[in-house]
Design a protein around this ligand. Structure first.
Ligand SMILES: *Cc1c(COP(=O)(O)O)cnc(C)c1O
Length: 213
């Protein structure tokens, strides 16, 4: 991560590591936290509830997986940032629940840049409208954008998607929205993502090894 940042003329501390912990045993996660991992990203609310019982507040909790609206209540209590907001209805539900609990939740918009139907995320054309709507919600803090490019054998294949996400963020900034974060890059391509401006990389396998299915 540090080398990739320096290569791109960036300061290494601009990029934060989110350990992707789906399918990873809690002992192994604890070991990573003891070794300095500061943020974990979970895909499933139930799993986060279970793991949080053990790990508590020794680490910061982010939601990186698809979030169902009926899990919004738990999610606002568990996570300081949700990377996967991709609809107005989900945002409204999170706002409602966060208000009820008197909390503030950081939010990233997940963007589907490839148009693959299997991927969640708002289409690029819908980003501005959704971003503006969320920026009006008092208990949600819109922080930036997230994407998952298609799989490429060669990590350089993902580069245009990372560049596109950055351009979308820059466009939102020009329109006056205070969005800084770019959550992009996983085990196979985090270096390319950092070269293209990632501020959060979500890395599982490269830290924890193969996970349970
Ligand atoms: C699993 C997962 C990751 C990490 O993937 P690795 O290839 O194991 O690094 C990152 N982001 C999301 C949304 C994931 O589901």
């Amino acid at each position: 991560m540090e080398k990739a940042a320096l290569r791109a003329g960036r300061r290494p501390e601009e990029v934060r590591l989110v350990g992707a912990i789906k399918g990873v045993d809690v002992d192994r996660i604890a070991e990573a936290v003891e070794s300095g991992l500061e943020i974990v990203g979970e895909n499933y609310v139930q799993e986060a509830l279970r793991k949080r019982e053990v790990l508590g507040d020794r680490v910061r909790w982010h939601m990186i997986g698809h979030l169902q609206r009926n899990k919004a209540r738990h999610a606002v209590g568990l996570f300081e940032m949700i990377h996967s907001v991709d609809s107005l209805k989900l945002a409204q539900e999170l706002q409602k629940r966060a208000a009820k609990e008197g909390r503030e939740v950081g939010v990233l918009l997940q963007v589907n840049l490839s148009g693959e139907e299997t991927k969640s995320g708002v289409a690029p054309e819908g980003v501005q409208e959704l971003a503006e709507a969320i920026s009006e919600m008092p208990n949600l803090r819109l922080k930036g954008l997230m994407t998952m490019p298609p799989y490429f054998e060669d990590p350089d294949g993902a580069r245009p998607y990372f560049q596109a996400l950055r351009r979308l963020r820059d466009e939102l900034q020009r329109r006056g929205l205070p969005v800084e974060e770019l959550s992009m890059g996983m085990s196979a391509d985090f270096e390319v993502a950092i070269e293209e401006g990632a501020t959060l990389v979500r890395v599982g396998t490269a830290i924890f090894g193969q996970r349970r299915p």
